[in-house]
Design a protein around this ligand. Structure first.
Ligand code: ATP
Ligand code: MG
Length: 186
């Protein structure tokens, strides 16, 4: 069972390989509706309609190192196996939006996993990328935005080790706080 943060890592790497300058990663959980939704929106090279359709099956890739692309099909199958849905919208030259929803309480729904280190690592490996991460749980929400952090940092690059550690800790503590709001209300 693959953690959701590992799917997010895979999908964000697709966006980066597609030359995206801006990537939005959003998680939205609703305990009343029993949904756990993940979406990634990028302004990378996009895909034509035929490509967008074919990448949803596991034998299509533009990689040269390996013959099968599995990132998208595995994410899609994971959602659909948890009574969820998957959508891919893409426009050549404009960008791509991939969204998947799981039934939140589904026995096979993977845990989110270590999203703090995942996001921190993505930023450290791509310090020029504008990445925004948002997580909403019922009425509560927080975000981490590299543009806001960069403004505070000035000349200091986003791949400075202390900055990476700060980002991981920021997300980690905000995730804990989000979780605690649900425990309090239930
Ligand atoms: N955000 C995106 N923008 C543009 N093209 C994309 C995007 N995501 C995926 N693609 C295209 O879809 C193909 C399939 O993606 P997928 O993640 O399923 O496999 P992969 O990245 O090729 O290999 P793997 O993820 O298994 O390492 C990619 O090779 C790429 O051509
Ligand atoms: Mg991939």
């Amino acid at each position: 069972m693959k953690e959701i943060s590992l799917h997010i890592l895979d999908l964000a790497q697709n966006s980066i390989r597609a030359g995206a300058g801006n990537v939005l990663i959003r998680i939205e959980e609703d305990s009343a509706a029993d949904t756990f939704s993940v979406s990634l929106t990028d302004d990378g090279c996009g895909m034509g309609a035929e490509m967008a359709k074919s990448v949803q099956n596991p034998f299509v890739t533009t990689r040269t190192t390996r013959k099968v692309g599995l990132g998208i099909p595995l994410f899609k199958a994971g959602c659909e196996n948890c009574a969820g849905t998957f959508t891919l919208e893409s426009e050549l030259g404009r960008g791509t939006r991939i969204a998947g929803t799981y039934q939140r309480s589904h026995i096979d729904r993977p845990p989110l996993g270590n999203i703090a280190d995942t996001i921190a690592m993505l930023i450290a490996a791509n310090p020029k990328l504008h990445l925004r991460y948002e997580h909403k749980l019922n009425g509560e929400e927080y975000a981490l935005d590299t543009a806001e952090i960069q403004e505070i940092l000035g000349e200091v690059p986003l791949d400075t080790p202390e900055v990476t550690a700060f980002i991981a800790e920021f997300i980690h503590s905000n995730e804990s706080e989000l979780e605690s709001t649900e425990v309090q209300k239930s």
